[in-house]
Design a protein around this ligand. Structure first.
Ligand code: ATP
Length: 252
């Protein structure tokens, strides 16, 4: 397996300026290094997956992009502007939303109240109402349960709720961390249908997913993350059609 050189275009998209450009990113938890030079590009309108074993550094990469973790070195550019180490709320305002692995819905609050939490950047009640209407239009199942406590929703519904809340900031890039975690295959398929629909509406998606089948089905390109580094960058069609290649990257 060869390590790719990120300055060389890894697809035909390499000729187009990416909306998100990460270069040589190093991140540590205290004195323990987790990322050892991650580089990746995401282009407008793409769905890109980060795949790899547990502990490879996928979630850490998303957390650094969304400003939840400080970077030690390297760069993160969003539409050509550096966002590395900016406060998370500034990054949300710039158009990047992060739906973390732990869904973090507030169980004692209603569905409606949980969604409204995503609207903290809205300037008026009217704006909140309009975006709430759009959220309920997109997620009719949540509309039916608007007054229900979030803690009473199924795992899949809670995931939809977390996505609906993230969309309240009207992001241009939605980062999803393990959206199918703990869901039944049917529920996971529903969540991925939602992801496809969001992407079809022009939102770029960066996805971390342990379920390789789901990741390769929804994304057009994938980065394989291995011990804090990018081991490969491939169109998902290549990986779908070549189980041996996938095995070589992911180790079985
Ligand atoms: N809060 C933390 N404190 C200390 N080390 C951490 C913390 N979170 C992650 N790590 C370490 O950082 C490395 C990368 O972890 P990360 O969670 O980014 O991996 P991942 O690829 O997302 O895997 P998973 O699917 O298990 O979440 C691992 O060695 C992990 O143990």
């Amino acid at each position: 397996m060869s390590t790719i050189t990120m300055d060389a275009p890894d697809t035909a998209l390499g000729m187009v300026e990416p909306v998100l450009r990460v270069r040589d990113l190093h991140v540590s938890y205290g004195s323990t290094a987790a990322l050892h030079g991650i580089s990746l590009d995401v282009h407008a309108g793409e769905t890109v997956a980060l795949i790899g074993a547990n502990g490879a550094g996928k979630s850490t990469t998303l957390r650094a992009i969304s400003g939840l973790l400080k970077t030690r070195s390297g760069s993160i550019a969003w539409n050509g502007t550096s966002i590395a180490n900016r406060p998370p709320e500034e990054i949300v305002a710039a158009g990047i939303a992060h739906c973390p692995e732990e869904r973090h819905v507030w169980p004692g609050m209603t569905v409606e109240e949980n969604i409204a939490l995503g609207a903290y950047l809205c300037r008026s009640k009217d704006e909140v109402r309009t975006r709430m209407g759009m959220a309920f239009h997109r997620f009719p199942r949540l509309r039916e349960r608007a007054r229900q406590l979030a803690g009473t929703l199924s795992g899949g519904e809670q995931q939809m709720l977390a996505i609906a809340r993230a969309l309240m900031s009207e992001p241009r890039l939605l980062m999803l961390d393990e959206p199918s975690l703990g869901l039944s295959p049917r529920m996971a398929e529903e969540v991925f249908e939602v992801v496809r629909a969001i992407n079809a509406h022009g939102v770029t998606v960066l996805l971390v997913e342990q379920n390789i089948h789901n990741a390769l089905a929804v994304a057009s390109r994938a980065y394989v993350v291995k011990t804090g580094r990018i081991a490969a960058a491939r169109p998902t069609a290549d990986l779908r059609g070549d189980p041996e290649l996938l095995k070589a990257y992911l180790g079985g």
